[in-house]
Design a protein around this ligand. Sequence first.
Ligand SMILES: Nc1ncnc2c1ncn2[C@@H]1O[C@H](COP(=O)(O)OP(=O)(O)OP(=O)(O)O)[C@@H](O)[C@H]1O
Length: 302
Amino acid sequence: MTKTHDAAPVVAFAGAVRTFGDVRAVAGLDLTIGRGERVALLGRNGAGKSTSISLLLGLDEPTAGQVRLFRETPQRAVRAGRVGAMLQDSKPVPRVTVRELVTFVASSYPKPMPVDEALALAGLTDLAGRRVDRLSGGQAQRVNFAVALVGDPDLLVLDEPTAALDVAARRSFWESMHAFTQRGKTVLFSTHYLEEADQNADRVVVIDRGRVVADGSNTEIKQAVGASLVSFDLQGRPAPAGLESLPGVLSVAVRDGRVLLRTADSDATVHALALLGPVRGLEVTSAGLEDAFLTLTATPPS
Ligand SMILES: Nc1ncnc2c1ncn2[C@@H]1O[C@H](COP(=O)(O)OP(=O)(O)OP(=O)(O)O)[C@@H](O)[C@H]1O
């Protein structure tokens, strides 16, 4: 399911590795993103999302492999104003107003959009005169968004943009993002929120342990994991042998003491499972993106 885009990729990771001592935060990442794609980078805590984004923005260098933006080094692409970014933990600048900050940032780009347009896109028109250090969390995040987009970049990179936002702020954030992407911009955002990936991206790249474990449209991701997920508790015991060959079963994984069976025929799987012995905490769910994510990032049984 890996996608390639021959014409001038916006983003190209080729065998990118970043290690920190013994930790392989990025462990051979191959990923190509073409123009106009809206890509969600989905992964659990510590999967390697932020490290990949640091490599992408040239804030960090790969230990091995290569990262290119528009066929150039990330540093060159960033200096040329082709990339806007919104990172985690951005600290507000004291005392300046929203408009002053966005105007200042705009002045550092070769071809910025008009400041009023950036403020409007980020939903900040009514807050333009407010000091940035006196805003709510959701409002401050919108300022970060305005800062990321005022340079009118070709690529927008957002690292967990809605972490710490409440539901209403999250919704309004995504509305702003859609208004920006309607201009044909490429967007890469990382998230833990599976629903957000589903709703706001056309392509979902699931990463785990620093590698791509699934890459496709939301529909493809769901199809890849089959129609249903049957799961049950192990209660400290090893997984029974032969689960792979139960009727309907497409794959078997174990996570947090539970067995996850991806199955094309949940009725047949459950029936056969019951014949193996008592089954505790049985659950059958339809395959949403969440199931896909859990299955794809679960530890295979040894
Ligand atoms: N500067 C660093 N020094 C040592 N280890 C690091 C460093 N940065 C990241 N790591 C480790 O690399 C792995 C990947 O971390 P990373 O922050 O990229 O994951 P993530 O997917 O962004 O996680 P989260 O969703 O929690 O933000 C983790 O095991 C993390 O502890």
